[in-house]
Write a protein that binds this ligand. Structure first.
Ligand code: GLY
Length: 352
């Protein structure tokens, strides 16, 4: 990356130059440096090693890709490998990949011998702008995403926007849902910057750094999600339920596709119980619909979706907790709404 993020003001160790990455890596002996990859990101290693010489002798651990492998069994295999090789507390795990790798690798590192260092090298837009930042680590349990995990910070997050050129377009669009969410809850000017230009003409370095700045600022103020960080769940209450439902039906959709539906539905709710205007709802719906394919959701599934929302770990009572919008760029959190309102919002999406 050619641009720098001011590390001091965010207090989150964003690394944007190869030199700074090499400097971090020199603190760990090569035989104690592990790179966690999946079969996709393993292919990125030869080029990375060419530029970051300190990685040449690191040990690679490869796991199968995909959300279905974000389980405690995968962790067990990695812990076993580390333990069998008598890896000590001075080790470093480098998580090279998307959100599954950064979430799972961060969890493995944070629990092995009560915690060894880890560093994230996100390779997808979703991981760069969301998953790799903010210390959320963990794995899924049964059908519940991120049911087991902890907040634990990496020693660094290394950014190289060139990784995005290896991503299929649908992956890029999926990650863009989180980017748009950042604009919607925190910055109208960032939302406009991301939507007033065609998707293919976006400058990815600027997009990434804009999202990183927004997310870092929120996480720095509220790392344990007691208040403001809940804003980042906008679109996810309904989005997660749809994602889980589709996974259970064996017709999985991408995380960003589910969040995009969640953003439309939760924007609709925002016009009813928060202050979002109808004009801004229309602006949001139009921009999201341009990028994300319409997913068919039958009315008969709505109650099942609401049941899934009730199981969301963000709820603290029987109420379903929402983050909503007062306007584009101004999110609010800890909002509850009736089942009828959720059904109305899902109908708004399906009937368009
Ligand atoms: N993905 C939302 C958060 O990190 O808080």
């Amino acid at each position: 990356m050619s641009k720098k993020v001011d590390n001091q003001s965010f207090n989150i160790p964003i690394i944007t130059t190869q030199l700074d990455l090499e400097t971090e890596l020199y603190r760990y002996p090569a035989e104690n440096t592990f790179i966690l990859t999946d079969e996709n990101t393993a292919a990125l290693l030869p080029d990375l090693i060419k530029t970051i010489s300190k990685l040449q002798n690191a040990v690679t651990i490869e796991i199968p890709s995909g959300e279905a492998n974000k389980t405690i069994n995968t962790c067990l295999n990695i812990w076993q490998k580390l333990s069998n090789n008598q890896v000590n507390k001075k080790a470093l795990i480098i998580n090279l990949g998307g959100g599954v790798i950064t979430d799972l690798g961060g969890f493995v590192a944070s629990t092995y011998k009560r915690g060894i260092d880890f560093l994230n090298i996100p390779t997808t837009l979703l991981a760069m702008t969301d998953a790799a930042i903010g210390g959320k680590t963990g794995v899924d349990l049964d059908n519940f995403k991120n049911q087991v995990g902890m907040i634990s910070s990496p020693i660094g997050i290394y950014y190289d926007s060139n990784f995005l050129s290896t991503l299929p377009k649908n992956e890029l669009i999926s990650g863009f849902a989180e980017v748009l969410k950042h604009g919607l809850v925190k910055s109208k000017s960032y939302w406009e910057k991301c939507t007033n230009i065609s998707f293919d003409d976006l400058n990815w370095e600027d997009v990434i750094l804009g999202s990183v700045e927004i997310k870092c600022a929120v996480v720095k103020r509220d790392p344990y999600e007691k208040g403001e960080r809940k804003l980042l769940n906008f679109g996810h209450t309904i989005g997660h339920a749809i994602e889980t439902f589709m996974m259970n039906q064996s017709t999985p959709i991408m995380h960003g596709e589910a969040v995009a539906i969640g953003i439309i539905c939760e924007s609709y709710i925002s016009t009813k119980i928060a202050k979002l205007s109808k004009a801004e709802l229309e602006e949001i719906t139009t921009n999201i619909s341009k990028l994300f394919p319409k997913i068919e959701l039958k009315k008969s599934t709505f109650l099942t979706l609401i049941e899934l929302m009730r199981n969301d770990k963000k709820n603290i009572s029987n109420e379903i907790n929402f983050s909503l919008l007062d306007s584009i760029g101004k999110g609010i959190y800890d909002q509850n709404c009736s089942e009828e309102m959720i059904i109305e919002a899902l109908s708004y999406y399906t009937e368009r």
